[in-house]
Design a protein. Structure first.
Length: 224
């Protein structure tokens, strides 16, 4: 969701600025040359290579389909692309793009995850107990998001962590497992089986600065 989410150019808090400014109601629509399929009740109800991607301020990235390709599924017209319609994400059981099952939203062609080994220091503590203090980290630059540090569990007091029941999903890093410490839930997360672009952080931990004390040597946030 890079253009419309995080600090993307069409988000509510863009990292940069347009000159001259774009209209508030600007919509970016583009052809999406990938095979998109949808399954409902075990039956293939959408199978097309003619999808559009719609980037609209304040809304997640969405597919738009030719009206005749969606059968009797519920739809909403796309005003910026006459003849095309949106299908609610939960109107089908499974979405597929080139055979890959999707969760929550389509993957964005402008989204990039860049994982770089670094010597940026990460120090994490909870209630005065240090969980990690190392310069052997990986910095993750992800489109439209603030950079984050990840660390090998070998540098972490994992004996103080316990697996929680929480999980989440990212189209670019996979399913996340969460970890708690003491009475504080979900202080850290990791991706046990990430896709190829995120393999350098497989099994590595990142920490939630709103739940534990985190001192991370990160690039300063700047406005354009």
């Amino acid at each position: 969701m890079s253009l419309v989410a995080g600090r993307g150019p069409l988000s509510g808090d863009p990292a940069g600025r347009f000159s001259p400014p774009l209209p508030a109601d600007v919509v970016f629509i583009e052809p999406h040359p990938r095979r998109v399929q949808a399954v409902r009740d075990g039956r293939l109800v959408i199978d097309t290579e003619g999808t559009l991607l719609v980037h609209r301020r304040g809304q997640p990235l969405g597919y738009a389909f030719r009206a005749e390709e969606v059968g009797d599924l519920p739809t909403e017209p796309e005003p910026a692309a006459p003849g095309f319609v949106h299908v609610p994400w939960d109107a089908v059981d499974t979405w597929l793009e080139e055979g890959r099952e999707l969760v929550h939203y389509p993957p964005n062609p402008y989204h990039r995850v860049d994982c770089r080994p670094t010597k940026r220091r990460l120090r994490v503590s909870i209630a005065g107990t240090v969980l990690v203090d190392t310069e052997d980290t990986v910095i993750v630059f992800e489109t439209s998001l603030e950079p984050r540090l990840y660390v090998d569990p070998a540098h972490v007091r994992t004996d103080l962590l316990r697996r929680s029941d929480t999980s989440s999903y990212c189209n670019y890093k996979g399913f996340a497992s969460y970890w708690s410490a003491g009475d504080v839930e979900d202080v850290a997360w990791s991706y046990p089986d990430p896709p190829p672009e995120s393999l350098p952080i497989k099994g590595f931990l990142s920490f939630d600065a709103t739940r534990v004390d985190v001192a991370a040597e990160l690039p300063p946030r700047r406005l354009a």
